[in-house]
Design a protein around this ligand. Structure first.
Ligand code: PMP
Length: 420
């Protein structure tokens, strides 16, 4: 892939919508303006082809077969692990465990690490902007172990109160679980600093990277975190595949969380011994084609360059922030200094769901609701927001369409001011 060819010489912007066949679709006769990338991204042809080609040419079960196809499938699967390792800049490929996605990876850590490490009165610090999947697994494990949750408050702009965080950390803190990027607010959290303070207090850190990995380069060694989790489908890859990075010393000391084939060394009715990491955490036949699709997605974004993707999205975010701020009656929710490409907002007098429905008639896909982050909505005293979330294929035209759609909705609801 020739990365420079993907940039418009005129604007310096990425020009690769053609790589994503679905973007040529019409919705209700209109050009599809896809701004729901926080929920899931569209897939480039290379990812779609990689999955199809695997099933056409290389399908077999992995790790157990003596025949050529099985060995080839195993090689492709393990090459995918190495691709994830280098994508996150982890030190060793054994530190990468494939999961169904972010949610399953967090549950793995909660069950395997949490159940064995947490005692009554131990504390888990979460932030006030976590997705439900980085809240509920800790509540479940808290109910079983007696560990309790502490929550770092967020400011009006949607930034973590780092002073409060410093005060919450203490001798009872065992784990800090925090989003790298908030899906509801777009805030990019200062992970390296969060990790530094947590480690000084003797606590481990899990980072939910679901909204980060597609938008900026991630280096788990530079961040210093103990666990990092993400989903392939938010990174232009398939659904049903994601990964957990866990530091070698931690992961090799963790017990299995699911039992079955492929995770054992020996089994008898008296006693079972377990496989080394990472196989110990991959019971049963995994999503082999998903790993191959994920590897193709990583190749795709790395071919373009994560830094260039980040620069492009930041330019569109700035353009969109400016355009939305000029709309009367519109309030942006989440105005952190360090933000990723998420525009969450409420429009006076129009319920987010109504806005989403009207925008859909214009071919514009956004998300409306609490975005699986109900505590954030409670914090701002709102039932939900409308959220436009960006990907590398969005451009100014998409923002212009969004603005026109909001103005149309305001006219329909009789709330229309003039676009200043
Ligand atoms: N964390 C964050 C910050 C998210 O945005 C999401 C998906 N919306 C998740 C976790 C859960 O990801 P998945 O559903 O792919 O497991």
């Amino acid at each position: 892939m020739n990365a420079p060819g993907y940039f418009s010489p005129a604007t310096g912007h990425l020009q690769q919508a053609a790589d994503f066949p679905i973007l040529a679709r019409k919705i209700r006769g209109k050009r599809l303006v896809y701004l729901d990338n926080g929920a899931t991204t569209q897939k480039p042809t290379s990812v779609i082809d990689a999955e199809r080609d695997f099933y056409r040419d290389a399908n077999a079960n992995i790790h157990r077969g003596v025949h050529s196809l099985s060995q080839h499938a195993t090689d492709l699967y393990e090459a995918g692990r190495e691709r994830v390792r280098s994508f996150l800049n982890a030190g060793r490929s054994e530190e990468i465990v494939f999961t169904r996605g972010t949610t399953e990876a967090i549950n793995l850590v909660a069950v395997s690490w949490g159940r064995t490490q947490l005692k009554p009165g131990d504390e888990i610090i979460l932030s006030g902007m976590e997705h439900h999947s980085n809240i509920v697994p800790w509540q479940l494990i808290g109910e079983q172990t007696g560990a309790v949750l502490r929550v770092v408050p967020i400011s009006d702009r949607g930034e973590l109160d780092m002073e409060a965080y410093g005060k919450l950390l203490g001798p009872r803190t065992r784990l800090v679980a925090v989003a790298h990027v908030s899906n509801a607010l777009g805030t990019v959290n200062p992970i390296a600093e969060i990790v530094r303070q947590a480690h000084a207090a003797g606590a481990k850190v899990l980072v939910d990277g679901a909204q980060a990995v597609a938008h900026q380069a991630v280096d788990v060694q530079a961040l210093g975190c103990d666990f990092y989790v993400f989903s392939g489908h938010k990174l232009y890859g398939p659904t049903g595949i994601g990964a957990l990075y866990a530091r070698y010393e931690l992961l090799s000391a963790m017990p299995p969380w699911q039992g079955g084939g492929d995770m054992i060394r020996t089994v008898s009715f008296e006693r079972t011994t377990y496989a080394d990491i990472p196989q110990r955490f991959e019971a049963g036949t995994p999503n082999i084609a998903g790993v191959i699709g994920l590897a193709a997605a990583i190749d795709y974004v790395q071919g373009l360059g994560m830094d260039r993707i980040a620069a492009h999205e930041q330019a569109i975010l700035a353009y969109g922030t400016d355009a939305l701020a000029r709309l009367p009656g519109l309030r942006l929710i989440g105005t952190a200094h360090d933000k990723a490409g998420i525009l969450s907002f409420v429009v006076e007098g129009i319920h987010p769901h109504d806005l989403g429905t009207i925008l859909d008639t214009e071919g514009i896909a956004i998300r409306a609701g609490h975005h699986c982050a109900m505590p954030v909505m409670t914090r701002y005293g709102i039932p939900g927001t409308a959220r436009a979330s960006l990907a590398l294929y969005n451009d100014e035209r998409d923002i212009d369409a969004l603005v026109a759609g909001i103005l149309k909705a305001q006219t329909m609801f009789g709330k229309g001011g003039k676009h200043e």
